[in-house]
Design a protein around this ligand. Structure first.
Ligand code: ADP
Ligand code: MG
Length: 292
């Protein structure tokens, strides 16, 4: 047997069974792929500092996100991830270039975007449950349904015990989970998340990542996720936009083809996938390169 030839063969047929991961996503025929849901085209951002010094935070950054895709913006601290996400959210303007949602420029925050940011933003005068219900109320969901939906997501982020508490009574990690529950309960068309699991301990972080994948697999939600955590990006993303800094640029866009379009249920399943290790090594090497 020719060992070299064997090594060259696609390895997707080896490894453990994938049944628990779910069937592969249907393959689209060439040319039939739908237009991107979200497109960032040549986005640059210049900040004006003291004494009129300029800082080029983003330099002609382009990427796109298809409907129901999770795309991660991954890179070292200071590469412009948060700046880029704020521009995508319509909270800040690009100095050059544009961001399009369904073909229309994003100029201000829209209701179709749900957001979870690093710094926690909830209403201190509302209980956990009322905070989670708030967006549903704004969107006209009837009282009984919004209560049930809020309670379901509060349960799923493991906050049932404190659902009648106020945010000031909660730890940072719990507050972060309120924000996650609120966003998921709302089921926005686009979810924009900036290091949403940063304040959580390792075990809770893993379970929230698994919850996110489960919800995304069941809905049509499209996600842009900012992270500096390589394994988080590998677990959650369909594609990774890897960025370098000074100035912030796209270093490489990495489609995670080894996942065959599936949303992975658990971390063990991710680690068991053939080719996982090769992707992980590649991205660790990129991170080393851009932080050197
Ligand atoms: P990341 O989220 O990847 O850590 P940021 O988008 O926060 O990166 O920052 C990118 C660069 O822009 C950094 O050098 C940061 O210091 C700078 N920066 C971010 N926000 C501002 C601001 N409001 N004014 C000036 N400089 C900023
Ligand atoms: Mg940031």
């Amino acid at each position: 047997m020719d060992i070299a030839a064997d090594l060259d063969r696609p390895r997707l047929d080896r490894g453990p069974p994938l049944a628990a991961v779910g069937p592969p996503a249907p393959r689209r025929s060439a040319g039939a792929s739908p237009p991107a849901k979200l497109v960032a085209r040549n986005v640059s951002k210049v900040y004006t500092l003291k004494r009129n010094d300029k800082l080029l935070a983003l330099d002609h950054v382009s990427f796109s996100v298809r409907k129901n895709e999770i795309v991660s913006l991954l890179g070292p601290s200071g590469c412009g991830k948060s700046t880029l996400l704020r521009i995508v959210a319509g909270l800040d303007q690009a100095s050059e270039g544009e961001v399009l949602l369904d073909g229309n420029p994003i100029l201000r925050p829209t209701r179709s975007c749900g957001m979870v940011f690093q710094t926690y933003t909830s209403f201190p005068w509302l209980t956990v449950r009322k905070n989670v219900e708030y967006g549903l109320k704004i969107n006209g969901v009837p009282r009984k349904e919004r209560r049930e939906r809020a309670e379901e997501f509060i349960e799923r982020v493991q906050l049932t015990r404190v659902k009648d508490a106020y945010p000031t009574q909660l730890s940072g990690g719990m507050k972060q989970r309120v924000a996650i529950a609120r966003m998921l309960a709302n089921e926005p068309e686009i979810a924009l998340m900036d290091e949403p699991f940063g304040a959580l301990d390792a075990e809770t972080r893993r379970s929230m990542q698994e919850l996110l994948n489960e919800v995304i697999a069941k809905t049509e939600m499209t996600v842009v996720l900012v992270t500096h955590d390589i394994i988080e990006a590998l677990f959650l993303s369909d594609r990774i936009v890897f960025m370098s800094r000074h100035p912030g640029r796209v270093r490489e866009i990495i489609p995670l083809d080894f996942k065959q379009g599936r949303k992975i249920s658990t971390h063990e399943q991710l680690f068991a996938l053939p080719e996982y290790a090769a992707y992980e090594s590649h991205i660790f090497a990129l991170m080393r390169e851009v932080t050197a």
